[in-house]
Design a protein. Sequence first.
Length: 282
Amino acid sequence: MDDVKKRQLSITATKIRLAVIEGTYHAKSGHPGGSLSIAELLAVLYFSHMRIDPSNPKWERRDRLVLSKGHTAPGLYGALALRGYFPLEEISTLRQINSRLQGHPDMKALPGIDMTTGSLGQGVSAAVGMALAGKIDNADYRVYAILGDGEIEEGQVWEAAMFASHKKLDNLCLIIDNNNLQIDGTVDEVCSPYPICEKYKAFGFNVIKIDGHDFEQIENALKDAAACKGRPTAIIQKTVKGKGVLFMENEVGWHGKGPNQEEYDLAMKELREQLAKLEEAV
């Protein structure tokens, strides 16, 4: 990946983060921490890797994405708006009555949402079903599911993994966002899912471990996943919860609350300064 593309993706990821702060501030609620940690991943998926068409959201040959950790919808909404699925101005309506931007993704309300999610552990099962359908139909689309590291404490996640491996769903790619924080503390203290890589290997997955804030590593991992035949892939990405906003980084309290006016101003100033520096270099 050349420097120009990295810079373009950095700009996009920063804009996604701006949307996360904008939405959660106006909602006075939401989940900024885990939304910020997947900004780079969303930038690569929606602006470099996935086969999609915003003008035709239900295109049958499109790649599918299931946000299994549905509470991080603010990040997904930012990516979809920037990609052209709906006006960016709608971001400020997050979680408000009659808004299409509900607290968790709703496939019946908003274009670009491939599966309604919210109850942790269930989205990945839907993704597995989509991948199986693709195999049955001889379709060439790929299915991606983003899970939280706290989410994989759910038993259903491992039932889905067992089934996906048994059916050799090589069109399925799970991405586990390992920021090591969940609502009540660190994942290893609450109910440790570690060692994550070894567990997915034991379930028969092709496992790739990356830095989830490194664009080149993300893109290469996605390409490796697509090239792997005969088994599904699990990408374990190490990230920082709250990434990009210094006072939110690695702070468990930012799992599920919106910033107040002072915090909003501080976060937006920091992100806008980051964006300005990136855009100056273009």
